[in-house]
Design a protein around this ligand. Structure first.
Ligand code: BGC
Length: 446
């Protein structure tokens, strides 16, 4: 019989969401528009023209949602703050009514025994700042640090875990290279500029936290381990580029103070000859933890038709694929966590997102299986010495999956968008059992 699954004392069992994906009421109580409000209201940008105008109506139903979390036994909740609710123009005057929403949410969570983890930026830049160049304007680092300071001063007395950015890679790749996410640019030249400014903004916010905060702050990245489809030198080189671009581009600067050498090969002339030493020092400001969003792996081959990486994914016959066409591959979660420890040292880790889009409404065996395998994989990493301190399912609720709209459902709780009725799926009940047994139920099931 295998060893029992026990998780460390104090392990955080959470679920995650983000502001634009669940809140709705994006302009309520004095909030300014974000780039996602503008993007989703631009014809042709999102599936069926869907927007976050209503989403899960969490802005008005947050108390019910906190009770729901409590009923599932969650002891942590990761959510993001909408910058343009706090600073409608992105900088300058603070909107007290916007701040009051998050103040109420944090109090409700704490009262329910649920620890908040706040993400300061989950993709919804104030539109007024985009008008000034957004992530392409070097001043964005100061705008972000100023906004972060407003949040630290308001909530650090109650919030112990802060995240600067969610997935800077997605912001740059989806927002500036491929144009599928807000602000919808398609520019090779802009992409490395946006990436660098995202990292500078991260560093500036960490620095301001050291002045104003007393708890812990970190960064959240999405990691997708890359494997070569064959041992041909071309496939191996393509895999190395894909890994540098998606996985090391943000972490090497933060932990090692330099960009991966493959970046120049990928971006050619768009990659700057050098970066200011002061910038690299700012970016390397020490963080207290790293959050990892893990969904899938990438088996890569050389592909001249896929610039600028010249690499594409190879479909794995025999694997289960989710509705977003992501291969289900739990061993790669263990591999990711071990790789992070080996490459970047013993920084405390959280799995800040992990989950799958499947269409089954409430009885969702494929999602149950996904969580079962991935929680076991996370435990496997702990057993091998990885300092994993918590796990957050993506997502608490079915929600607005960005340009894909509402069709792709990632929730462990089903949302009927016509009535806003929430119904825990089988996966929510499965996860609640795992939490209640502190992992032991992973032994018996499946
Ligand atoms: C993001 C979420 C998104 C999820 C599923 C992550 O990249 O942080 O906002 O909904 O993946 O696509």
């Amino acid at each position: 019989m295998s060893e029992p699954f026990r998780f460390p004392e104090g392990f955080l069992w959470g679920a995650a969401t983000s502001a634009y994906q669940i809140e709705g009421s994006p302009l309520a109580d004095g909030a300014g528009p974000s780039i996602w409000h503008v993007f989703s209201h631009t014809p042709g940008r999102t599936a069926r023209g869907e927007t976050g105008d209503v989403a899960c109506d969490h802005y008005r139903r947050y108390a019910e949602d906190v009770r729901l979390m409590q009923s599932l036994g969650l002891n942590a909740y990761r959510f993001s703050v909408s910058w343009s609710r706090i600073l409608p123009a992105g900088k300058g005057a603070v909107n007290r009514d916007g701040l009051a929403f998050y103040d109420r949410l944090v109090d409700a969570l704490l009262e329910a025994g649920i620890q908040p983890m706040i993400t300061l930026y989950h993709w919804d830049l104030p539109a007024a700042l985009d008008d000034l160049g957004g992530w392409l304007n070097a001043d964005v680092a100061h705008w972000f640090a100023d906004y972060a300071r407003v949040m630290f001063r308001a909530l650090d007395d109650r919030v112990r875990l802060w995240v600067t950015l969610n997935e800077p890679w997605v912001v740059a790749d989806g927002g500036y290279l491929h144009g599928v996410l807000a602000p919808g640019h398609k520019s090779l030249a802009e992409t490395p500029i946006a990436s660098h400014n995202l990292l500078r903004a991260h560093g500036a916010a960490v620095q301001s936290y050291r002045a104003d905060g007393r708890n812990r702050i970190g960064l959240v990245v999405n990691i997708e381990p890359k494997e070569a489809a064959s041992q041909s030198p071309a496939d191996v080189a393509a895999t190395r580029r894909a890994d540098a671009y998606m996985n090391r581009q943000y972490l090497d600067p933060v932990f090692l103070g330099r960009y991966p050498e493959e970046m120049a090969e990928i971006f050619g002339e768009a990659w700057p000859a050098s970066h200011a030493a002061a910038d690299m020092k700012l970016i390397r400001e020490p963080i207290d933890f790293l959050g990892v969003n893990y969904y899938t792996r990438g088996v890569m081959r050389h592909d001249d038709q896929a610039p600028p990486l010249r690499a594409s994914k190879v479909h794995q016959a025999g694997s289960v694929y989710t509705e977003t066409d992501w291969e289900v591959h739990a061993p790669s979660l263990t591999r990711t966590l071990l790789w992070l420890k080996k490459r970047y040292g013993d920084v405390p880790l959280y799995v800040t997102e992990n989950g799958a889009a499947f269409s089954d409404p409430v009885d969702d065996p494929l999602r149950v299986n996904y969580y079962h395998e991935h929680l076991r994989a996370a435990h496997d990493a702990i057993r091998q010495g990885v300092p994993l301190a918590g796990y957050f399912a993506w997502s608490l609720l079915d929600n607005y999956e960005w340009s894909l709209g509402y069709e792709k459902r990632f929730g462990i709780v089903h949302v009927d968008y016509a009535t806003q009725r929430r119904t825990p799926k089988a996966s929510a009940r499965f996860y609640a059992d795992v939490i209640r047994s502190h992992g032991a139920s992973l032994n018996s099931q499946g």
